[in-house]
Design a protein around this ligand. Sequence first.
Ligand SMILES: [Zn+2]
Ligand SMILES: [Zn+2]
Length: 149
Amino acid sequence: MDEGKKKLIMIVIIVACIAAAVIITVATQRSGDEGGISSIQSGKMFWIKCRDPKCENTWQMDNKAYFEYIEKNREGMVVPGIVCPKCGQKDAYRAEKCGKCGFVFERVVTNDVADRCPKCGYSAMEELRKNAGGGAKRPTTPAPATPAK
Ligand SMILES: [Zn+2]
Ligand SMILES: [Zn+2]
């Protein structure tokens, strides 16, 4: 066997070892905290709205802080209210912000889309469905986003 071929084989073995190491590292990291709070990446903001009609305070909360709060305070299946910083009542819940008029409202589970704005009727979910294919019933998949890099 000549030197050139030996070198090539060595390089192939080294690359294979590195690839295996990377795969093992990724696999073990993934299985380590699967589904746990620690796997949630913070940095996404959720809207929160107070249910008190006299208050209706809205503010933003980090998604990780939100899930940590829910995990800590939940009683069975009941999602706990968040203490409103304005009126002090534990009666605020996760909400959506309308992509059209900016109104913040709590999601409601109906036969209709859950994120329809009660003020202007706009629904981001509905828009997605329309764009996904002329009202045909199929799972809505957001359009592949072009990387911002
Ligand atoms: Zn309030
Ligand atoms: Zn709206």
